[in-house]
Design a protein around this ligand. Sequence first.
Ligand code: ATP
Length: 946
Amino acid sequence: MSKIDGSGKRCIAAAYLEDVETIVRELDSDTRAGLSSAQAQLRLSRDGANELRTQPVKPAWHYLLAQFRDPLVYLLLVAVAITLVTWLLVEGREWPVDAVVITLIVLANALLGFIQETRSQRAVAALAKLTQTTSSIIRDGVLSRIPSHQLVIGDLLVLSEGDSVGADARLIQANALRVLEASLTGESEAVSKNAVRLRIEVPLAERSNMVFKGTAIAQGSGLGVITAIGMATELGAIAHLLDVTPEEVTPLQKEVREIGRMLAIAVLVIASFVVVAVLMLTQIHSVDDVLRVLLLGVSLAVAAVPEGLPAVLSLVLAFGVQRMARNKAIIKQLSSVETLGSASVICTDKTGTLTRSEMTIQQTRTASGNVAVSGVGYAPQGQIHHQDQPMTCGPVHSENVLLLRGGSLAGNAALAQQEDGTWVIQGDPTEGAFLVAERKLDAPPRSIERFERVAEIPFTSDRKMMSALVIDHEHNDERLLISKGAPDVLLQHCTQVQVGMDVVPLTDDLRAKAVADVNELSGAALRTLSVAYRPLATSEDGAAGEALETGLIFIGTVGIIDPPRKEVAPAITEAHRAGIRIIMITGDHPRTATRIAEDLGIIQAGAGALTGADLDKLDDAALAEAVKSNSVYARVAPSHKLRIVDALQAQGHVVAMTGDGVNDAPALKSANIGIAMGITGTEVTKQAGKMILADDNFATIVLAIREGRGILDNIRKFLRYLLSSNMGEVLTVFLAVVGAGVIGLVDEKGGIILPLLATQILWINLITDAAPAIAMGIDPHSEDLMTRSPRRPTDRIIDARMWGGVLQVGLVMALASLLTVDWMLPGGLIAGNESLVEARTAGFTVLVLAQLFNALCARSESASALVGLFANRWLWGAIALATALQIAVVHWSPLNKAFDTSALTLSQWGLCLAMASAVFWFSELRKLGMRLHQGKAIRHQKLRFF
Ligand code: ATP
């Protein structure tokens, strides 16, 4: 039965036709203890990881070579090759220094690009690790959760609602298990599963005793033994389809690539113009002369075409995403960073996200009266008070004992005592609250053995209630159905009520009292849950499921306090200031929801809420109207979330939506940013979401939006820098050719003298491009980030105003550099008396220094460069490095030879610095003008309001 499949991995063929014992024996596993760790380790090394990957990972040299895959670089290398060949052919000629230097610079550039690319890849890979799926297994008899890629054949897989199935497994047990198999079979409805052996061969979709890798548990629970992993699974059989998912390109990356392409064309036209003009206007004596001009043209193109832009962009995005992960917001796709920056609405759950999910029962309401349960139920990290501390409760009625005990029995949580004597709640905090309150009762403790749980009708957010079937061993083995759930839901299943030791019919008056109790508790921001029960007839068993939940005896209601997280209210204020609407969507009672929403500042007092039932009555047009003003939705089912998202998106909103349960997955997928809860969220939601909130905390979403905005802001900063600097280089050469006569850049024979050499242009590109740009990409975020309105998704990253700035700054740079050359050379506008080498060195230095000044200015569109001048130490590091390298190129003789430069005097350095600083002064003046204009616009707006 066991076989080795094509990929070398073992699997059990047709496991659905075998009985469980045979399979478990064959796999040398155990239906209770599972495999031993040693066995698992051996199998992991024998069969490899449980992964679908089929394409080998590309080696590092592949990425290094890819750096040269650029037509301009080819052109440059061809020019260099021709230079070298002519040098080899003509004996006794001087070394072709230019060619060697250019080759070295091209190599250095490629190396820089390679480092950038591998770093950003490493950052993205590290993120993938944070979002890897996990599975519950039993090994050595112990239940634990491990990354799904570590699953081995023979492992016992424990399945519960919301789990993503990590491998193919034959079911050993199934409890109301329903599985979503759409990814494999295309069937959109969840299919029921059981552990019964099948006798005849059936297609995949009918293998009801198997679960398959890549599917999801929609409901219920189960236990299975893994029969196939990795490529041997059914999903593996179609993995070639999955493996070709193309590398993700974000809209921003697309836009930047487009800008790059456009600029490349512009630069190529200018470079060709320069080459043709110089060749036509200058006397050419040799092939060398032609080659030199060609080299200059191609170098200009290489330097000015922002070919490094996409790499810097992915690096900045990847760094940003890493920083977000450190702040507990795990982003799964780089594109979500952009979407986050544009988010205009956050739809959030209440419980656990806005509140602490530290549930303590504070009040009880039964037919016999009210009880205040005192004592803190929770200490911070989910611990409850020490057993010795006083646990008090008001006057105890028999209903109270029933209420709290019933609530405890109808749940799955447990209290576990730790080594230091403190107690912790294991499981759902709402259910744990019943256990804690029960311990506070001044009533005879129940023995653990008294009640035996034999079946469960599970809780879902749609049903909003759950039931347990228990046998009371101290009471003639009586079988009871105990239910707990949302009061309004549970009351519909009740026909009687417990009053003292008696059970009486639930009259309209008694029902009205119960509802009034609930309203009172929820009006005080308490979460309400009611408990009911009924003895079962001998003919009734758990197989009947939800049909059993009728004719229940209502016991009473508890009021649970779940305090808001303290960081949430300030985060909501910040979001509002940033033009982001907050909408609460909760399964809780409308009164509880509105009270908490008011307390947190989501709505104003008296604003009210819409319930799921209200939403059902609204058609799409009415809903579209309702979502404009309503910000609290209560008692909703997960399906309502989808409608709300759609209605908001139809109005042009960019929606961030949180979710935890498996049924939230469609809404999360549909939202622009689906946010899955990291702690309480199921695997399925985590897979559907684009972001995982590691701490389940609302404030982290606002933080992530701030970070997203900051990253976009920084991207604009380095684009502004790189484009204006490149513009400066192109314009310097272009204007030199066009205005050669005016500024004295002509030789005795009337030919054009170039202000820069090919090597110098490439040098500028090498030392001033990547490092300052990357440093700008990690610039500290500006103060006003969260006072601006959200960016519209249709907004271009570079708008007309920014293009204007790029052109103007580039022009100032070029003029400063050319005027310096003119200043030093005889003739032109300003007559000087220095040599051409010295003039070129000065012009070249001005261009480098002007770019460094520009680095300081490009950090903000309108704020002065002096604001937070020293905030970015990386930028200053990059500036210092570039300055040191420029000093070396001017004063170190080997570099003088390589770059055709000569030493400058101190006063010449002073001149260069002063000329280069024109960029700074110009930018400051331009920004001042902008600020004055903005101020006027704001004053204008204010005037209109008064
Ligand atoms: P949110 O959607 O903001 O997370 P929530 O946790 O209150 O809020 P649900 O989990 O859908 O939303 O719960 C809805 C209602 O169901 C609760 O108000 C409560 O009355 C009831 N309820 C919650 N948990 C349980 C449970 N474990 N057993 C029975 N009833 C529950």
